[in-house]
Design a protein around this ligand. Structure first.
Ligand SMILES: [Zn+2]
Length: 370
């Protein structure tokens, strides 16, 4: 086994899982001694009858930790700062734990109090929200990880997809990273999140419906056909390896947007082979490196690209036959100093306007290859 997995409990009963790839890493036995009290319960999800989608309403989340000083970072190992953190161990490689301020949790404070008519449907926000710390190094970034450590993160994502997807209440597992204050990050420590939703969120549902329609009409996977078309025209291809292809989508919505898809038809991260995971670690690090060289400031200093990176995989309980795994990386940075805001057209009616042709983005991402 290249990764050793250790599951423990935090003081309030939340699960913490260590994924260690360092040979002879010490056993993870440290106790969480903080007086945490009871774990936070999730709130409710409410059905938006106007558009047919659910919204999680979680009042307690407004009290969550916001950009603490490094000394009080809850994601650094305990013992490195002035207060005990969320990770009781003195060191770790990759660690995953249940979010202390979850939108979705195994327990909910919600009790139905009569809001049961079809215009006011609500349900407990059951599910799980997890934090993934990519490294114990507070100052690092995903792009600075070694390929071996990136591979451990991929294994952690796959592990969590399998385990969370098997929970009876979970319909969709989404692994993602928000990077940069421009995206609304509330902790600087390099980390991502995993949401296990009790319903199929709207974009996931849209992807599934389109994939199903295409399959019914042609007998082929939509994701595979799109990849083949991009490989044929080549102009939006960014990088192409033995197992993975990165391309800027034909109808990109964001000023910088890249999709990364496997060559083989797979529905989700757990389905990837060892070789595909090793190759993914390399190609994803390559891609993130290019994003950080995409814009340069004065004196050619590179500008760290704020981004959202999220894995689209088959829903947990349906659609595995037509879904095809892909990563979507997107940024709101439309020039070295200007952000794209999701303003009237996008936020109001979902009418996207992109000022930057996707072909130009692909050319720039090829130009900044190492
Ligand atoms: Zn930290």
């Amino acid at each position: 086994m290249r990764v050793r997995r250790t599951s423990r409990r935090l003081a309030d009963g939340r699960e913490i899982i260590y994924f260690d790839d360092t040979p002879d890493a010490p056993a993870r036995t440290a106790q969480d001694t903080r007086p945490l009290g009871e774990r936070a319960a999730a709130g409710e999800i409410r059905y938006d009858a106007l558009v047919g989608d659910w919204v999680a309403v979680a009042g307690h989340r407004s009290d969550r930790t916001f950009l603490p000083p490094k000394d009080e970072c809850p994601l650094c190992p305990t013992g490195t700062g002035s207060v005990p953190s969320e990770v009781p161990e003195r060191a770790y490689d990759v660690v995953v734990f249940e979010n202390r301020f979850p939108s979705y949790a195994p327990v909910s404070s919600f009790h139905s109090d009569g809001h049961t008519d079809e215009l006011h449907l609500s349900r407990p926000a059951l599910g799980r929200c997890e934090v993934v710390c990519f490294t114990s190094d507070h100052e690092s970034t995903f792009a600075a990880l070694s390929a071996s450590r990136a591979r451990t993160v991929i294994d952690a994502w796959a592990d969590r997809t399998t385990e969370l997807g098997a929970l009876p209440e979970v319909e969709q597992v989404f692994c993602f990273e928000n990077r940069g204050q421009e995206i609304g990050v509330t902790l600087h420590h390099p980390h991502g999140q995993i949401y296990a939703y009790p319903y199929v969120p709207q974009r996931s549902a849209d992807l599934l419906q389109r994939a199903r329609e295409h399959y019914d009409r042609t007998g082929r996977l939509l994701g595979a056909d799109i990849l083949a078309a991009e490989l044929h025209t080549k102009e939006r291809i960014v990088v192409d390896t033995e197992h993975w292809t990165a391309y800027v989508p034909f109808a990109a919505r964001w000023p910088v947007e890249v999709h990364l898809a496997p060559r083989r038809d797979v529905p989700d991260l757990p389905s990837l082979t060892d070789e595909e995971r090793d190759d993914l670690a390399q190609v994803y690090l390559d891609l993130l490196g290019r994003l950080d060289r995409y814009y340069v400031g004065k004196d050619d200093t590179p500008i760290r690209m704020p981004y959202i990176a999220g894995w689209h995989q088959a829903p947990a309980k349906q659609g595995r036959d037509v879904s095809r795994l892909h990563l979507q990386v997107m940024s709101v940075l439309r020039s070295p100093k200007k952000l794209k805001y999701l303003a009237g057209s996008e936020s109001g009616v979902g009418g996207w306007v992109n000022d930057i042709p996707p072909e130009r983005v692909a050319a720039r991402l090829r130009e900044v290859a190492r």
